[in-house]
Design a binder for this molecule. Structure first.
Ligand code: X2X
Length: 349
């Protein structure tokens, strides 16, 4: 009894970490809980800026941990059979170890993420940065942390432009009656209903055959998704550059997985996510945030009609969606939305 008590006392005084540090590296490796492979969920693969961001993150982590953390990409949200709106729950439950996910796809579980889907909140890239890189971004990461994941860095899918197979859209009148595929949050149903369209909610996996068959007329997605998915080949010949919402991406890790890594490895994973996020945002904006928007010239060369709105034309869409903005401002939380509005008003141009 006495001996056992003193052994316990010694153990407590030494601490487990000191004990581990005293063991040879091979012994530590045998007791460590690391998995042979970590599963990263993504909606789209490495042909897209989004997937490239995931690949950059995985490569940096593998290199800097000497292969201790080995990440495999699962594009097409294949770990959850393509149902992107279940990605957040699956992350929380450990079906997915880590992800680079869109705020839209997680917004059914985390209502604050609908902020970025408020129509015409963010007029330019500086506005997105003012939110994600500022106080609002910190608040949202705190919310995600509370919701049960470890958020590490921001990325970007991009400004979601309107496309359809029927006609150029220049006024809200032109959208009337078009069957538009939307994703994720009911906020999108509200926005397109307010515009007089006929919105239908569908996963990205189901959407592409629906464009090809003509079951739906149109959709909204960033131009980098448009080109990589070759949407001009499935009838999407009309693009309207209205910049009504942009979806950021978030680099996250499941909580238990995170806790199973050493502090040194956590640091490596976090820094790699920040670097990958920065690079990914630059890739996502390429051809769109420089003078002349060269990406649009490439798309026009595919036989696509690109409609640019005048400020007055854009304002008509803003006006038509104002009631949706007001309704969802309350649902998201007026304090958070007010903070976002203020950050945008004060942004560096
Ligand atoms: O489904 C979409 O539209 C996509 C690929 O942009 C998202 O996952 C939000």
């Amino acid at each position: 009894m006495k001996i056992r008590r003193s052994l316990l006392a010694t153990l407590a005084a030494t601490g487990l970490s000191t004990l581990l540090a005293a063991l040879p590296a091979t012994a530590v490796a045998q007791t460590n809980p690391y998995k042979a492979e970590y599963r990263m969920s993504l909606v789209v693969g490495t042909a897209f800026p989004w997937g490239k961001g995931g690949q950059i993150w995985a490569d940096l982590v593998k290199e800097r941990t000497q292969g201790r953390i080995n990440i495999k990409l699962y594009p097409g949200v294949s770990l959850i059979q393509g149902d992107q709106t279940r990605e957040f729950s699956a992350l929380r439950q450990g079906v997915i170890d880590m992800a680079v996910g869109s705020t839209i796809n997680w917004s059914p579980q985390v209502k604050q993420l609908n902020l970025f889907s408020l129509p015409f909140l963010m007029p330019d890239y500086a506005s997105i940065d003012a939110l994600t890189q500022g106080e609002v971004g910190k608040d949202i990461f705190a919310t995600l942390d509370k919701a049960g994941v470890v958020p590490l860095a921001w990325g970007e899918n991009g400004y979601r432009e309107l496309t359809n197979s029927k006609r150029p859209v220049r006024t809200p009148e032109d959208i009337k009656g078009l069957k538009i595929r939307v994703v994720g949050s009911p906020l999108f149903l509200d926005t397109f209903t307010a515009l007089g369209a006929n919105p239908t909610q569908m996963s990205w996996a189901d959407a592409q055959p629906a464009f090809a068959s003509g079951a739906v007329d149109g959709q909204e997605n960033p131009m980098s998704i448009f080109t990589a998915a070759k949407l001009h080949n499935v009838g999407q010949k009309n693009v309207t550059m209205w910049g009504y919402v942009a979806d950021p991406l978030v680099f996250v890790v499941n909580k238990d997985i995170w806790a199973s890594w050493t502090p040194a490895d956590q640091k490596i994973v976090r820094e790699a996510a920040l670097e990958a996020g920065k690079q990914q945002i630059a890739i996502a904006r390429k051809g769109l945030n420089e003078p002349g928007q060269p990406l649009l010239k490439d798309i026009a060369a595919l036989g696509v009609t690109i409609t640019q709105l005048t400020p007055a034309e854009r304002e008509a869409f803003v006006k038509a969606t104002r009631p949706v903005y007001a309704k969802w401002k309350t649902q998201i939380g007026a304090d958070l939305v007010n903070k976002a509005e203020k950050a945008i008003a004060q942004r560096k141009q």
